[in-house]
Ligand binder design. Structure first.
Ligand SMILES: Nc1ncnc2c1ncn2[C@@H]1O[C@H](COP(=O)(O)OP(=O)(O)O)[C@@H](O)[C@H]1O
Ligand SMILES: [Mg+2]
Length: 297
């Protein structure tokens, strides 16, 4: 690896930062006591509600007094900013091109959530190089010290971009709808997760259910096959009812939890946000940092 190699540059940048604080990345974070949760929201099939969930759970968490940062990691087709009615001037493509730093592209969303917008329609970004990923994660690692939770809104599917974002998160939430195609795609995604990144805490969220029991039933079906064939433990995080007000919110470019706090879906988001923060930190997977990107190096 030559000194001109960008990954070399990032590694030496990281090393310098670590040396300043006098320990490795692993111990540094512990020593500084960062407790930020890093949660990737992902799915096998598209259109199951990941972006809506990230926006609404993020907003619900701000109502519980938490500081929330959201990374739109659907790099080629990001639309979280549109959902939140934001019109950011810069996005992650500017960071990747080296024109802006990550904190220069932050925009503020509802509830003072901090948003890192993605670009839309830049095909090259759907397949980032290792160095570009390292560049993003190095900068993110510094940013998460100032928040309680970082949500990563991934693209659908099992591309290496998506899988690296999932691998980087401390917890992975797989979103599924009750449709059979969504369920089989969720299984395929969990299979890749279990093969490549064992030891992840994988949680399941069932969106667009017609009644609460339907969520449990979808979870039970998936657990049957994952228990039998995969080396992965899945946990049920909860359900969100199908609610036409969610789409109404999208049309107004506002999250439903802000627009209609008492509607069915908003109540589900509030319940799940409470559940997320009632989970003991002790139950979470332990690593040196809550952002596990060192495997990329
Ligand atoms: N609980 C829900 N009830 C009704 N419609 C929903 C619900 N969740 C999401 N939607 C709708 O589904 C569509 C896809 O949602 P989106 O969040 O963009 O999915 P993804 O990010 O997984 O592609 C949107 O039109 C959204 O309004
Ligand atoms: Mg989306």
């Amino acid at each position: 690896m030559s000194m001109k190699d960008p990954s070399n540059r990032v590694i030496s940048l990281t090393r310098r930062r670590e040396e300043k604080t006098g320990s490795s990345t692993k111990n540094t974070r512990r020593a500084r006591g960062s407790n930020a949760r890093v949660i990737a929201i992902t799915s096998g099939k598209g259109g199951v509600g990941k972006t809506s969930i990230v926006g609404n759970l993020g907003y619900a968490l701000t109502k519980l007094g938490k500081k929330v940062l959201i990374l739109d990691a659907d790099l080629g087709l990001g639309n979280l900013d549109v959902l939140l009615g934001l019109a950011p001037k810069y996005n992650l493509s500017h960071v990747i091109l080296g024109e802006k730093t990550i904190d220069e592209i932050i925009v503020e969303g509802p509830g003072k959530m901090k948003i890192l917008p993605a670009s839309s329609g830049i095909q090259e970004l759907t397949n980032l190089t290792k160095d570009q990923k390292i560049q993003i994660f190095t900068q993110l690692d510094i940013l998460i010290d100032s928040v309680d939770v970082l949500f990563i809104d991934t693209a659908a599917g099992i591309s290496s971009n998506v899988m690296d974002f999932n691998a980087t998160a401390q917890e992975v939430v797989v979103v599924v709808s009750p449709e059979p195609t969504s369920i089989t795609d969720a299984y395929a995604l969990m299979k890749v997760l279990s093969l490549k990144y064992s030891g992840k805490a994988c949680k399941l969220m069932v969106n667009m259910v017609s009644r609460p029991e339907e969520g449990r039933e979808v979870f039970r079906q998936l657990q049957l096959v994952t228990d039998r064939f995969l080396d992965i433990n899945i946990e049920y995080l909860g359900y969100v009812l199908f609610d036409a007000k969610v789409t109404k919110g999208v049309k107004c470019q506002k999250v439903v939890s802000e627009l209609y706090p008492e509607t069915h879906a908003s109540r589900c988001f509030t319940d799940i946000s409470k559940k997320i923060f009632n989970m003991s930190q002790l139950d979470l997977p332990k690593g040196g940092s809550n952002l596990f990107w060192q495997h990329l190096i």
